[in-house]
Design a binder for this molecule. Sequence first.
Ligand code: ADP
Ligand code: FBP
Ligand code: MG
Length: 482
Amino acid sequence: MDNNISCQMKVETGDAGYVLEDVPHLTDYISDLPTYPNPLRSNPAYSVVKQYFVDADDTVPQKVVVHKDGPRGIHFRRAGPRQRVYFAPDEVHAAIVTCGGLCPGLNTVIREIVCALYHMYGVTRVLGIDGGYRGFYSKNTITLTPKVVNDIHKRGGTIIGTSRGGHDKPKIVDSIQDRGINQVYIIGGDGTQKGAAVIYQEVRRRGLKAVVAGIPKTIDNDIPVIDKSFGFDTAVEEAQRAINAAHVEAESAENGIGLVKLMGRYSGFIAMYATLASRDVDLCLIPESPFYLEGEGGLLEYVEKRLKDNGHMVIVVAEGAGQELLAAENLKTSTAQDASGNKLLQDVGLWISDKIKGHFAKIPSMPITLKYIDPTYMIRAVPSNASDNVYCTLLAQSCVHGVMAGYTGFTSGLVNGRQTYIPFNRITEKQNNVVITDRMWARLLSSTNQPSFLRPKEVIAVQKLERETQLLDGDSSKTNDI
Ligand SMILES: Nc1ncnc2c1ncn2[C@@H]1O[C@H](COP(=O)(O)OP(=O)(O)O)[C@@H](O)[C@H]1O
Ligand SMILES: O=P(O)(O)OC[C@H]1O[C@](O)(COP(=O)(O)O)[C@@H](O)[C@@H]1O
Ligand SMILES: [Mg+2]
């Protein structure tokens, strides 16, 4: 057993600039592990499928847009069942935990992990950890069987509970070790995946035959590398209801303004996609795109112009937009945090409402009616829609296949439409943000007709920063640059 861990990335290179960013495997630190034929070989549902097992050398490119003479670039290991597995069914003791904020589809992922373990691999011991990371050491576990999880995909939330904070590495790994858990499925966002990486390192340091795998959950779509996160489509769809209501209210009043605040702490994807989908939105504000209120080219001037032209308007604002303006106005930066250390934001929706009302109060010839709609929690508390349900199923099954095959320290994720295993480091090293110099944001600007609020000098600075970031990681975020 090699207790001298290297948490370096496992990187392999090949011809024409091919790079495989591989994931760790149990055999990297435990030698002479027995293997078993994959039970799926004799499962009638799969034995008829040609090439059901994934070739050990199959990998998926991170970038699909390449130049003729450019390098092949970074690849990830393709997910799927392997011919041989590293766990006998009766040896497996699996645990599932959900952490961080809610997201549509959490219950579907839980359901499908349980069903894949039971029905594909003959596993019969699966535990739910109650209430996030702290549940490992402060609560009783919940027994999960296909019967218990049968209908849960029709409900929002997570049946095993979630929480922020409470990540105590020694206590969590002691609990894993004491309970004899040897497969840990961790469903959560950027914070959760950082916590999972720490657990994986400690499990490995102790030399335990226990696999740690993540499934990325984020309603904000702020996790890098993956195409998009589960529940995102559902959230965008649900946001349409709020935007429709705002539009109806605005249209029915003289100088009516409908203002909708959507989630998005640092990444404005929900606001951007909800705006693009709706076509009723005249102004979309996201954290990545700075704006200003007063003066020529400012937000208030645009609102005034829009009302004069159209008689009504709809504004969508992501909760993290304009936080620097609010901080500057309060003459202090708020240091308040939630239990996980995420900054608590000030209510940008209320702030913009006040600013707009204050502005038009000074123009008696233009009385306005402003309705502020805050559907924040409604868009994430709903069950996942049909396409997210399918996506959750694939993510969960892929994760189970990887775990049974002995891979560890990975997050299961969709890259260019293919299921892959991505090393934790790649998932946690940076955040996925809307790139405001990419085509998607340009499409939004042309759909709403809003000004970009960037002065030419700022455009050049943003472009330079984004070029440097892309050169560093060789990636252009896919949700931006379709
Ligand atoms: N850097 C970190 N190291 C270890 N654990 C972390 C880290 N950041 C967050 N966590 C833990 O991950 C869990 C979820 O994090 P949070 O930021 O609330 O949600 P999300 O995972 O959805 O981003 C919390 O229990 C938190 O304590
Ligand atoms: O009120 P809560 O539960 O802390 O959640 C609010 C936050 O959750 C989020 O949806 C993101 O949550 P995660 O980081 O857990 O995915 C943000 O958009 C929002 O600021
Ligand atoms: Mg987060």
